[in-house]
Design a protein around this ligand. Structure first.
Ligand SMILES: NC(=O)c1ccc[n+]([C@@H]2O[C@H](COP(=O)([O-])OP(=O)(O)OC[C@H]3O[C@@H](n4cnc5c(N)ncnc54)[C@H](OP(=O)(O)O)[C@@H]3O)[C@@H](O)[C@H]2O)c1
Length: 326
C-alpha cells in the first residue's frame, strides 16, 4: 500500500514523498482496519513536516492530523462498528491508504455524507465550536472578532456563530473576501490595517466585543485586543505570522484584557470519551444539515502529494487542499 513519509524536516513539498509500505495486515481483537477515503492538508501538517510543531516526531514519519475512511475489517471484540461503516480517526499518522487503529479511536459518521467535508470534521469545526463555547459566555446579539477569517476554522466560526445568533467581525488580508464571507453569514468583514480598532468601532456602531479569536499572533493579536471591550478575552490558537502574541501591558492592566490559548489536541486528551462523542455527533449533524461547510480548492491523488503540499502552502487559496488516497 502507499503512504506519505518524510525522513528529514524541511520544505514539505520537497521532503515528503509517496512511498510503498507493507500492508497493515489483519486487525487485533480491539482494532479496526480503515480504507482511507480522504484527508486534508492542514497548517499543522505543514508545520509538523517542517519540524516546527509541538513535539517533533521520530523520523521517518507519516504526517496527517485527520482523515475519514471506510471500515474494511474489525477485530473479534469490537462492538458498534461494522465493515462498510465510515469513520473519522481521532489519532494521527493519517496519510496512508489503509490505517490499523484501536476501535476506540474511531468516530462513526454517516456513510452517505460528503466525504471531503467529513475528512475535515475532526480539527477545524471542533476548534471553532470549542473556542466559541469555552472561554466567554456569549448570548445572541453578542459580538466576536477573529482574524484569518477565511480559513477553515474561520469559516466554521462564522457559520456556527451565525446559527447561535452571535455576530462576527472578520479580519482578512484582501478585499475580495468581503462578499464571500458575508454570503456565509459574516456580519462585518474588514481588511487588516493599523487603524483596525477605529474601523471596527465604526462598522459595529461601537459594539462591546467580548471575545477575540486569533490565529495570526504578532501585531495582529494586539490589534484584535484593541478592538475588545473592557474585560474582554483574546484566545490565540495559531501562529500564522510566526511571531509571539503581543498584547500591550496597558490593555492587560488598565482594561482587564485576558490573553489565553486553545489547542484541540490538549482538549481532546483531557475530555472524557462521552463528551468527545457528543461533540462530534453534534458537528456531524451540523455537517449533514448544511450548517457547516468548509470550502475546497482542489483534490489530489496520493501519488501527487508533493504538488498537493506545494498548493496547500500557497497564500491566498479559496479553500482547503485534500487528497483522495484510494
Ligand atoms: N490550536 C488548535 O487546536 C488549532 C486547530 C486548528 C487549526 N489551528 C490553526 O489555525 C490556523 C488556521 O488553520 P486552518 O486549517 O483553518 O487554515 P487554512 O484553512 O489552511 O487557511 C489558512 C489561513 O491562514 C491565513 N494566513 C496564512 N499566513 C498568514 C499570515 N502570515 N497572516 C495572516 N493570515 C495568514 C490565510 O490567509 P490568506 O487566504 O490571506 O492567505 C488563510 O486564511 C493555523 O494556524 C492552524 O495551525 C489551530
Amino acid at each position: 500500500m502507499k503512504a506519505v513519509s518524510f525522513a528529514a524536516f524541511g520544505v514539505p513539498s520537497e521532503v515528503a514523498t509517496c512511498i510503498e509500505v507493507p500492508d497493515v495486515g489483519a486487525p487485533g481483537d480491539d482494532e479496526i482496519v480503515v480504507e482511507v477515503e480522504a484527508f486534508p492538508i492542514n497548517p499543522v501538517d505543514l508545520l509538523t513536516i517542517q519540524g516546527l510543531y509541538a513535539g517533533r516526531p521520530a523520523l521517518p514519519a507519516t504526517p496527517g492530523a485527520e482523515s475519514v475512511g471506510r471500515v474494511a475489517a474489525i477485530g473479534k471484540s469490537v462492538e458498534g462498528l461494522q465493515p462498510g461503516d465510515r469513520v473519522v480517526n481521532l489519532g494521527r499518522d493519517n496519510w496512508v491508504q489503509r490505517l490499523k487503529i484501536k476501535a476506540a479511536q474511531a468516530i462513526k459518521v454517516p456513510s452517505d455524507g460528503d466525504v471531503l467535508q467529513q475528512a475535515m470534521l475532526k480539527v477545524n469545526p471542533a476548534t471553532a465550536l470549542l473556542m466559541l463555547r469555552n472561554f466567554v459566555e456569549l448570548a445572541p446579539g453578542d459580538w466576536v472578532i477573529q482574524d484569518a477569517a477565511n480559513s477553515g476554522v474561520g469559516t466554521c466560526l462564522i457559520r456556527l456563530a451565525k446559527a447561535a445568533g452571535i455576530r462576527t467581525v472578520n479580519v482578512v488580508r484582501r478585499e475580495s473576501l468581503i462578499d464571500p464571507l458575508q454570503a456565509i453569514g459574516a456580519d462585518v468583514v474588514v481588511v487588516d490595517s493599523e487603524d483596525l480598532a477605529a474601523r471596527v468601532a465604526q462598522a459595529t456602531a461601537g459594539a462591546a466585543i467580548k471575545l477575540a479569536v486569533d490565529a495570526v499572533a504578532g501585531e495582529t493579536c494586539q490589534r484584535l485586543a484593541q478592538c475588545l471591550a473592557e474585560g474582554g478575552t483574546v484566545v490565540n490558537y495559531g501562529l500564522l505570522s510566526g511571531r509571539p502574541c503581543t498584547v500591550a501591558a496597558s490593555d492587560l492592566v488598565f482594561r482587564g484584557i485576558t490573553l489565553t490559548g486553545f489547542w484541540l489536541s490538549r482538549h481532546l486528551s483531557l475530555a472524557p470519551r462521552p463528551a468527545i462523542e457528543t461533540l462530534y455527533q453534534d458537528l456531524s449533524q451540523r455537517l449533514s444539515d448544511g450548517e457547516l461547510h468548509v470550502p475546497v480548492e482542489a483534490t489530489y491523488s496520493i501519488d501527487e502529494i508533493q504538488a498537493a503540499l506545494a498548493h496547500a502552502a500557497r497564500d491566498g487559496r479559496s479553500g482547503k487542499i485534500l487528497v483522495r488516497p484510494t
